[in-house]
Design a binder for this molecule. Structure first.
Ligand SMILES: Cc1cc2nc3c(=O)[nH]c(=O)nc-3n(C[C@H](O)[C@H](O)[C@H](O)COP(=O)(O)OP(=O)(O)OC[C@H]3O[C@@H](n4cnc5c(N)ncnc54)[C@H](O)[C@@H]3O)c2cc1C
Length: 523
């Protein structure tokens, strides 16, 4: 199978890239392991986009993003997002997605209040993807490795849900695989978001930047026997938070209301809830919320759990939400490898040490368009593949012979990530976490799979374990706390020493990770 441009991942970033490449005349194949659009984190989103609402506000936006990112952002990339944001929003509107301007942001709202805005968003974009006859959609195809020839990426191979091998060759390849929230025991992501993009990139030889910065969201439903899900903001003024001893946490910690705490002090808020949560459950009490507020967004999204929410306080917890780190791209969305582009959550540089709310979806739009256009241009400039033999990049899929309980291993991976690389970390904890991750990695490499389903789980776990090792490797050397990265043994931010980005490289032959801390870019 051949395409000018292959896109891996059909979230907002991947679909935007596919549409942009197609608009530039490319034949595109859009691949996802699941359904197009709806199995993604983009579909879970609250539909909020940040950016400068007018060109005169661009510098103000850049300053705010860098302030929230505590100076670790890539200034050139932040400016690019600021510059291209209005055109990106126009592009989204041109696809027929209704988007309302609110003060300082844009928001998608669902026609039905009980539909998650992200679902409305992706359904609008999916319709356009399916309507374009030069975008071929491949659902249920899991990409396991990239193909290379003469140092250029020239395609992908993987398998479908029946385990049949699939190979696609192409002029350019775009990684749009999202983050890795589901490697944690507590998260609000789709269960399949396990860091596969970081692993594919690292196997191809790319470095990963700022992987220690993982954002938690403070208010996620944490009821036994219910799926964890974000309780979507904004919160009604009647909502209170009750600590394990029955105390009013907002009052006790002088946090104002929940919305203020989330916007101004998200990380310390999460850390406080974590610490308190060790003594017993933390609950959100919504019983005083009047009837009419349950009918409108966002409480309308709790419809399924409404009965419980109105009868008793419901358990909540902080949970992992977003990965700030990832791969480096240039102003055309290309990585350091010829023919390989990236977009969306797996790209590094916009967020620094923490992400401003609404910036992830904006990044999907802007970086998706850049990567799509860049990939189409490259494919048309170099239509012929190198004459050299084509081979998979380094890194192995599962091929061992030992029987391993993969479900148990997933639980152990998620517990280790949450315990050792979660809201607040320490040297001791990260060292212990790294040891566990390395043991799991070895077990996975030696494991065998018997069914296509097991193969997928095993590959997810390889990606997840690899990602956890990268997160812990980058975190261990950073001797400070900054943004979303909190250490109890180094609680202060240290600008004199640590205005640096971490850069993790992995050598597949020796299976060694290396980290260096590079002074931040200026400009
Ligand atoms: C509950 C929630 C609410 C949020 N709300 C907002 C918000 O309002 N505003 C905002 O800015 N951000 C928000 N975010 C963050 C934002 O939604 C995500 O960062 C963004 O949607 C990521 O988009 P993406 O296209 O990069 O990846 P995704 O949407 O996650 O899509 C990636 C796709 O790639 C597929 N894939 C991965 N690896 C492979 C492989 N090897 N082979 C085949 N397919 C593969 C995945 O299965 C997935 O379908 C929210 C996040 C969550 C979890």
């Amino acid at each position: 199978m051949w395409a000018d441009v292959i896109v891996i991942g059909a979230g907002l970033a991947g679909m935007t890239a596919a549409l942009a490449a197609k608009q530039n005349g490319a034949e595109v194949i859009l691949v996802d392991r699941g359904p197009i659009g709806t199995g993604t984190n983009s579909a879970l989103s609250n539909g909020v986009f940040s950016g400068p609402v007018s060109p005169e506000r661009a510098e103000e936006y850049v300053e705010l993003v860098v302030r929230i990112g505590r100076g670790l952002n890539r200034p050139g990339y932040v400016r690019q997002i600021a510059r291209d944001a209005p055109a990106a929003v126009e592009f989204l509107c041109s696809l027929g997605v209704e988007i309302a301007k609110t003060p300082g942001q844009w928001a998608v709202r669902s026609p039905k209040p009980e539909t998650i805005p992200g679902v409305t968003l992706v359904q609008g974009v999916v319709r356009q993807v399916l309507a374009r006859n030069r975008i071929r959609v491949e659902r249920g195809v899991y990409v396991s490795t990239l193909l290379q020839a003469s140092g250029r990426i020239v395609g992908v191979c993987g398998h479908d849900l029946c385990g049949e091998a699939r190979e696609i060759r192409g002029g350019s390849t775009i990684l749009a695989c999202g983050g890795a929230g589901a490697i944690y025991a507590k998260h609000d992501n789709q269960a399949s978001i396990m860091g596969q993009g970081y692993y594919l990139a690292a196997c191809a030889g790319l470095d990963l930047w700022d992987m220690e910065f993982v954002q938690c969201y403070p208010i996620v439903l944490d009821e036994p026997d219910m799926p964890m899900m974000m309780i979507y903001p904004p919160y009604p003024q009647e909502a209170t938070l009750i600590g394990p001893a029955g105390e009013d946490l907002l009052q006790k910690h002088d946090l104002g209301n929940i919305n203020q705490a989330i916007i101004r002090k998200r990380d310390v808020f999460s850390a406080m809830l974590m610490t308190k949560g060790k003594a017993g459950p933390i609950c959100m009490d919504l019983r005083a919320v009047p009837d009419e507020k349950w009918e409108v967004h966002p409480l309308s999204l709790l419809k399924r759990f409404r009965a419980e929410c109105r009868q008793r306080p419901i358990r909540i917890s902080p949970a992992v939400h977003f990965f700030m780190g990832g791969v480096r791209t240039d102003e055309e969305g290309q990585t350091d490898l010829s023919g390989l582009f990236a977009c969306g959550e797996m790209v590094w540089g916009l967020h620094g040490a923490n992400r401003m709310g609404g910036n992830a979806l904006m990044e999907c739009l802007v970086s998706g368009r850049l990567a799509g256009l860049g990939a189409a241009r490259l494919a048309s400039a170099h239509p012929d593949l190198p004459a050299a033999p084509i081979s998979p990049v380094a890194g192995e899929g599962p091929a061992g012979s030992e029987r391993v309980d993969l479900r148990d291993l997933r639980r152990r991976l998620q517990d280790a990530a949450w315990e050792h690389a979660g809201v607040v970390r320490s040297r001791e904890g990260m060292v212990a976490g790294l040891r566990k991750a390395e043991n799991m990695w070895r077990a996975l490499r030696a494991a065998r799979f018997d069914t296509p389903k097991e193969r997928v789980l095993q590959e997810d776990l390889l990606g997840g374990t690899f990602t956890l090792r990268a997160v812990l490797t980058a975190g261990l050397g950073r001797l400070e706390s900054r943004g979303g990265f909190l250490r109890e043994d180094y609680p202060a931010q240290d600008d004199a020493q640590w205005l640096r980005n971490s850069r993790v490289s992995w050598d597949p032959a020796s299976d060694r990770f290396r980290v260096e801390y590079v002074p931040v870019e200026v400009g």
